[in-house]
Design a protein around this ligand. Structure first.
Ligand code: ADP
Ligand code: MN
Ligand code: MN
Ligand code: MN
Length: 339
């Protein structure tokens, strides 16, 4: 038996990086037992906005792998970091390395993240299931809806959930969203960088599975202008101290700390964040910072149950669907634990 290893990396596209991947056939390998079985590889960085043509090689360093649910065992999906081939230092487009450093510095705090990844299905140039002329009925009945007049693309969503589970990802749920053709799944709670690796792999699986149905999925933050919800990546966060009795005090202190660096977070939470965080559609304006219990119009929400229990986690509602979870996790640890 041979192993087909799908090497996945994040390119240098701006303002939003994209996923790329290619397959390595390893004839002499029966099964991947550890990262050591997966060699370094390379690619043409001049085709991915990561290098100039005259020095175009970039290196791929395997950092994590999962069972490939599409090809099945023993094939794998390999998460990689892009590195400079001269010395294997992180490439400028490599945001994972800094996330690993920051998380490693704060292992003792036992940080956990749960990310709610929202996305929108498209059929050509319009959201899946939307009429050719005009708009569907206004928002109201679609969130967690059921029925072919309420939700579009469920078969793809189900396939994607199964694939994530078969790959061994910590997917904790799915739901239809407020805008028709918009959906969400959650990954976590997990530490960093694992949660971010799994978000990127789950995104790759989403695009890949949607291929089979001839639809596309987009992480655009405000795919339809006007009175339609945008797509976010609410990031739920806790430290060990927040999860212990009396942790609510630590959560409130964290909210205050996050407020001190509000604009830095906004600038790093995904392209087009001003279009999504308008102050309407269950968001706080990108220009304001606020936190509150049960408040879906705040930048940071403390869930109702957390307030009742006096411990738990906070929800940063600001990250866009198209955010880089390595950057979001690094900033969260930096702002709450490092400064
Ligand atoms: P919402 O009510 O905002 O839609 P969801 O149920 O979609 O909430 O998502 C909640 C997320 O919070 C899940 O991803 C879950 O894993 C995560 N979560 C739960 N407990 C913790 C915790 N202690 N620390 C970090 N994340 C957590
Ligand atoms: Mn949710
Ligand atoms: Mn949601
Ligand atoms: Mn949420």
């Amino acid at each position: 038996m041979a192993v087909k290893a799908e090497y996945i990396w994040i390119d240098g596209a701006k303002p939003t990086a994209k996923l790329r991947s290619k397959t390595k056939v390893m004839l002499d390998l029966d099964e991947v037992k550890s990262l050591d079985d997966l060699p370094l590889w390379g690619f043409d960085g001049s085709s991915t906005q990561q290098a100039e043509g005259h020095a175009s090689d970039c290196a791929l360093k395997p950092v994590n792998y999962y069972l490939d649910p599409i090809r099945g065992w023993p094939h794998v999906l390999v998460m990689t970091e892009v590195c400079n081939p001269e010395d294997m230092s992180p490439h400028v487009s490599n945001t994972r390395a800094a996330c690993v450093d920051m998380a490693g510095k704060h292992m003792g705090e036992e940080c956990l993240f749960g990310i709610e990844q929202e996305y929108t299905f498209y059929d050509g140039i319009k959201p899946l299931g939307w009429p050719d002329n005009g708009f569907p009925a206004p928002q109201g009945g679609y969130y967690c809806g059921v029925g072919s007049d309420e939700v579009y693309g469920r078969e793809v969503v189900e396939d994607h959930m199964d694939a994530c589970m078969e790959a061994g990802l910590s997917i904790s749920g799915i739901n239809a969203e407020v805008m028709p053709a918009q959906w969400e799944y959650q990954i976590g709670p997990l530490g960093a960088p694992e949660v971010a690796d799994q978000i990127w792999i789950s995104r790759w699986l989403l695009y890949r599975i949607a291929e089979e149905y001839g639809v596309s999925a987009t992480l655009a933050a405000k795919p339809v202008k006007g009175d339609w919800n945008g797509a976010g990546a609410h990031t739920n966060f806790s430290t060990k101290a927040m999860r212990e009795d009396g942790g609510i005090k630590v959560i409130e202190e964290a909210c205050e700390k996050l407020g001190k660096r509000a604009m830095l977070h906004i600038e790093n939470y995904g392209a087009g964040i001003e279009d999504r965080l308008t102050g309407a559609h269950e968001t706080q304006s990108w220009e304001q910072f606020s936190w509150g219990v049960s408040d879906r119009g705040a930048s940071i929400r403390i869930p109702w149950q957390v307030n009742v229990d006096g411990k738990g986690y906070l929800e940063d509602r600001r990250p866009n669907a198209n955010c880089d979870p390595y950057v979001v996790c690094r900033l969260m640890v930096e702002s709450v634990c490092d400064l």
